[in-house]
Ligand binder design. Structure first.
Ligand SMILES: NC(=O)c1ccc[n+]([C@@H]2O[C@H](COP(=O)([O-])OP(=O)(O)OC[C@H]3O[C@@H](n4cnc5c(N)ncnc54)[C@H](O)[C@@H]3O)[C@@H](O)[C@H]2O)c1
Length: 405
């Protein structure tokens, strides 16, 4: 089996794949559709980051492909639903860079509260700007976290360790950690927060969720951060509120239109504003995060290839499995989730005389995934019968005695 890794994931990504017996090839950049289709000939495992698009056309033209790893947080670059219906599972690394984002946000909250960018600029320009005016400790200040997910919750814990009061607003019910308090609405959060930081996800409904109305509602003298998604915030409104002096500091890491490559030109209405830190979407970009992502995703890919485990797949039903014990064959069967599908599968095994030693079924939406461990070999008649079931998407027979990776 072959794996193709594009866009230079961390070198440790190769390790789990090689340990699983795959031949790993690398290509440093992203690929366009046609190049990718040609490169996928004979490839079972594809690893990408954010710049390669795996479209319906690519999936249709890649019959050998079994599984895709997004060595990133996002999976928007992959047609997930179509992939599932082609029998291609997809995995990502939803929280391997969480800590990196949290640390950057914390550092920025302290830096903005002390107006570090302003005094630093002045000193580099040869002016001694020594004053306590407008400089604050973060201890005792109220941090308002919008979006209390992986990043929001970890930030909550570390901010409390610095002595901040934490309030949060999340559209879903969330357990408040430590002494954090849940607010009933975004407005309620804006009324009490000295620092507002956005950590919502990129669902389309969040486009423009933070605009003039929300900036108006913020407390005078407050600080604003967005390290979530660019399209969530109206940056013209942020600019106006910084220029009016209402917002005294801001940190922005994400933009609606981000340049493709390092070194590309960049423009924004936020350039040149005082005490505004602009960073090129590097919240999650640390060597530690890259290493974590490399190990996490390749481990998921290897486990899927070896024993069919789909835990945390973003597009097929999740099943946590032990490696197939020696002297058994494991049949991994992805199918359309229709009434009677499981009965047809078991009928095929029963009629061929295969002895089922263990079985587990997972479903999500219109997909079903059954793992069946059978004693001995899978009889040809069973394989043929399963292949002929109309709702079959993909049938894989995993050899006996696979080891853990
Ligand atoms: N800057 C970076 O480099 C970087 C790195 C990693 C993640 N991110 C981004 O950070 C964001 C958060 O990541 P995460 O891993 O914590 O995501 P997550 O899915 O764990 O958490 C998002 C939370 O936001 C909540 N939410 C969504 N829309 C909301 C709304 N309108 N109002 C209130 N709550 C809302 C959800 O219920 C969820 O609890 C994502 O947008 C992600 O893309 C950025």
């Amino acid at each position: 089996m072959r794996a193709l890794l594009l866009e230079n994931p961390h070198p440790n990504a190769d390790l789990a794949l090689e340990a699983a017996g795959l031949e790993v090839r690398r290509h440093p950049g992203a690929m366009g559709e046609d190049e990718l289709i040609a490169a996928l000939d004979g490839v079972q495992v594809l690893g990408i980051r954010s710049k390669t698009t795996v479209s319906r056309r690519v999936l249709e033209a890649a019959p050998d492909l079994l599984v895709i790893g997004s060595f990133a947080i996002g999976t928007n670059q992959i047609d997930l639903r179509f992939a599932a219906h082609r029998g291609v599972a997809v995995f990502n690394a939803p929280f391997s860079n969480t800590r990196s984002v949290v640390e950057l946000a914390l550092g920025e909250i302290v830096a903005l509260s002390r107006r570090l960018t302003v005094v630093d600029d002045a000193l580099h320009a040869g002016t001694w700007l020594k004053s306590a005016a407008g400089a604050h400790e973060v201890r005792g200040r109220t941090l308002g976290i919008v979006g209390y997910g992986n990043i929001g919750t970890q930030l909550s814990v570390l901010a409390e360790a610095l002595g901040m009061r934490v309030v949060f607003y999340d559209m879903a019910e969330k357990l408040a950690l430590g002494n954090a308090r849940r607010m009933g609405s975004l407005d309620e959060l804006l009324d009490v927060s000295d620092v507002v930081t956005l950590h919502v996800d990129g669902r389309p409904g969040n486009a423009g969720m933070f605009g003039p109305e929300q900036f108006d509602r913020m407390r005078p003298g407050s600080i604003f951060l967005n390290l979530s998604r660019g399209f969530v915030v109206d940056y013209s409104a942020l600019r106006e509120h910084v220029l009016s002096g209402k917002i005294v500091g801001a940190a922005v890491d994400v933009f609606a239109d981000e340049p493709m490559r390092t070194g590309d030109p960049f423009d924004s209405e936020l350039r040149g504003l005082p005490n505004v830190i602009l960073t090129p979407h590097v919240g999650g970009s640390t060597e530690e995060a890259q290493e974590g992502i490399g190990a996490f995703v390749s481990n998921k890919l290897a486990r899927y290839v070896l024993d069919g485990t789909t835990t945390m797949s973003v597009n097929v039903p999740p099943l946590a499995l032990d490696p197939a014990p020696a002297a058994r064959h494991r049949v991994a069967y992805l199918h359309r989730n229709t009434p009677g599908a499981l009965a047809l599968v078991n009928q095929a095994f029963a009629e061929s005389g295969a002895n089922i030693e263990g079985q587990i079924l997972g479903t999500s939406g219109d997909l079903g995934y059954v793992i069946t461990d059978i004693g001995g070999d899978l009889p040809d008649e069973a394989r043929q019968a399963l292949d002929e079931v109309p709702d079959t998407i993909r049938l894989r027979v995993l050899p006996a005695g696979q080891t853990e990776v």
